[in-house]
Design a protein around this ligand. Structure first.
Ligand code: DON
Length: 574
């Protein structure tokens, strides 16, 4: 079989002809409609959806004190660090898309972790040359310099209405007074018990009396309360300098890690310009690099915009979406990394003309094996998870995806700080073309370097239509991208927040060349039709926990939904 079309050459030549026509910012002109008489300019009430009811309530508490969506985001993120430490926290990082109502300003906050200056690729390879999965995923060598504290301080300073003390107050109180860990946290501790036992401070924190906290027991985290108090009092300096910084470095060194005080002092959260695109009249605002999520979502939506999915049977609809996913993930592997280190052809990847070429390479009734899609020539030198959603009464919006990477991060707690470190170093391509924990491959663009941010799939997004808006995101490693994409498609098809979070899902990421499917997504006829087209279908158990808020400007109804796959989540309208 031969590949039907040299679409890369075609798309590049089209790109040269139309290079000014595809700026990333292709927003539809809906602003006038938003302010028209029939559509509400502000909701007048608020909604939050997060993965844990204590965190949702912390956000609502801060709104009730006069805070805006951004103050509430600080409260939700810091409280999740206390009550859902298996997913995100003070020792991890986050990415957020914010929308400021008063001037329509869209902002991306990059609080992604960075590699320490002493990063050494040899630490992630065994003597026989095979990848060392232990140093990549457990203990201090697996941890990047945390970004969450700096990111929250930045949001408070530039976008909040309340002081950091006020926004962090619920987290500090809950850490100090205690709470009852839910079944998921108790299960995560039990699941990671063997690794947690390797580090004395992790045992002290998560395995009191040598076992996970019992059901119904009150669990306190005074060290973490103190760490947040220092941040509330001193901002960045409360974490990246002084008492906490010194304790972090001492603990990391004692356990064989290589961080320095300078790594902490040099960490900066960054504001970046989000990726903005227009899909079927909706303005989609999503994550730019160092996330691959927004680029991939834009690429997929640009490809899909040339098809009428509503006229297809389910098998052909899935076929078309999967082929778009496959192509976007190929580019993810080859091109993307930290924009401060890697030159990426974003104009090309985001261009509708590039998407035209990719679309033409999709066969009507047949899967394209990933091995037949040419790899990009991007490897030359020089080329180069919990999510919550908030809308406040004024229409400010926050989509925040926050992570320590794998369950319980590195499993390493730095003695005396209450800080559970992330294991985000595994999101780098530590060993070229060897899969990370999510099966993702990477190239030199995502190779570890001192101070560099590791590529992420986190895809917090805001979708603004003429009369309906959604704030959306999900955890799920590489499946974040496709789950958010499917959520956006379902929203645009008119589904409610509840329907979007409940919808069955599927995923393709170029390699492995298989369609991962949630049980019940396809009926037997669709599965057979997809198999005949050449797809390998593989059931996957674990799907991300989406938290979605929608706003209908005609009825002025807010809707907040937390993924039914996780009972502890809470979507609440105030
Ligand atoms: O940034 C990323 O892409 C990953 N560290 C996210 C990890 C994740 O979603 C884990 N949850 N299932």
């Amino acid at each position: 079989m031969s590949f039907p079309l040299n679409w890369r050459v075609l798309s590049l030549s089209l790109l040269l002809v139309g290079s000014t026509a595809f700026a990333a910012d292709g927003a539809p002109k809906t602003a006038a409609a938003v302010h028209s008489a029939t559509l509400q300019p502000r909701p007048g009430h608020a909604a939050i959806a997060s993965a844990n009811f204590i965190a949702t309530n912390a956000g609502l508490e801060v709104l009730a004190k006069g805070g805006n969506a951004f103050d509430a985001a600080i409260a939700v993120a810091s409280t999740l660090s206390v009550v859902e430490p298996e997913s995100s926290g003070i020792g991890g990082g986050f990415m957020a898309v914010l929308h400021r109502a008063k001037d329509g300003h869209d902002i991306f906050i990059d609080a992604r972790e960075t590699a320490p200056a002493a990063v050494d690729r040899k630490d992630y390879v065994n003597p026989d040359g095979s990848p060392n999965r232990d140093t990549a995923l457990k203990g201090p060598l697996s941890a990047g310099i945390p970004g969450e504290p700096a990111g929250l301080v930045l949001i408070a300073k530039r976008y909040g209405r309340l002081s950091l003390q006020q926004s962090l107050a619920p987290a500090i109180r809950i850490a100090r007074d205690g709470f009852k860990p839910d079944a998921r946290l108790r299960g995560a501790i039990a699941g990671e018990q063997k690794d947690l036992q390797r580090w004395p401070a992790s045992v002290a924190k998560y395995l009191p009396d040598g076992k996970p906290p019992a059901e119904g027991a009150i669990w306190r985290d005074p060290d973490q309360a103190r760490a947040w108090e220092l941040i509330a009092a001193h901002g960045d300096d409360g974490f990246y300098r002084g008492e906490t910084a010194q304790k972090l470095i001492a603990a990391v060194h004692a356990a064989g890690g290589n961080w320095t005080l300078a790594d902490l002092a040099n960490y900066r959260a960054k504001e970046r310009t989000p990726i903005v695109l227009n899909y079927r009249g909706y303005r989609v605002v999503t994550a730019p690099p160092p996330s691959s999520g927004g680029v991939a979502i834009a690429e997929i939506l640009n490809i899909l915009s040339g098809f009428d999915l509503s006229k297809m049977d389910q098998a052909h609809r899935v076929h078309t979406i999967v082929e778009a996913m496959r192509r976007a993930f190929r580019d993810h592997n080859d091109y993307l990394g930290d924009p401060d280190f890697v030159k990426m052809p974003l104009d090309m990847l985001l261009s509708p003309y590039y998407a035209d070429g990719l679309r033409q390479s999709i066969l009507p009734d047949k899967a394209t094996p990933s091995s037949m899609l040419p790899r990009a020539e991007a490897n030359e030198p020089g080329m180069h998870t919990t999510h919550f959603s908030i809308i406040d009464a004024d229409g400010n919006m926050a989509a925040v995806t926050s992570t320590v990477n794998y369950t319980m991060g590195s499993t390493f707690v730095a003695e005396g700080t209450g800080v559970l470190l992330n294991d985000e170093m595994d999101d780098f391509a530590l060993v070229p073309n060897k899969p990370n924990v999510y099966g993702l491959l990477g190239s030199t663009a995502n190779a570890p370097e001192p101070g560099k941010r590791m590529l992420s799939s986190m895809s917090p997004s805001i979708v603004i239509g003429a009369d309906r808006t959604a704030v959306i995101g999900s955890p799920g490693g590489s499946t974040i991208i496709t789950q958010v994409l499917e959520g956006i498609l379902h929203f645009i098809d008119g589904e409610s927040a509840q329907q979007i979070t409940a919808h069955k899902r599927f995923h393709h990421q170029y390699m492995p060349d298989e369609v991962m499917v949630e049980d019940g997504t396809f009926d037997a006829a669709t599965s057979d039709a997809l198999t005949r087209m050449g797809y390998t279908l593989k059931q996957r158990e674990s799907w991300g926990f989406m938290n979605v808020v929608t706003w209908d400007r005609k009825t002025n109804k807010l809707d907040a939904a937390s993924d039914p796959r996780r009972p502890s989540g809470l979507g609440k309208v105030q």
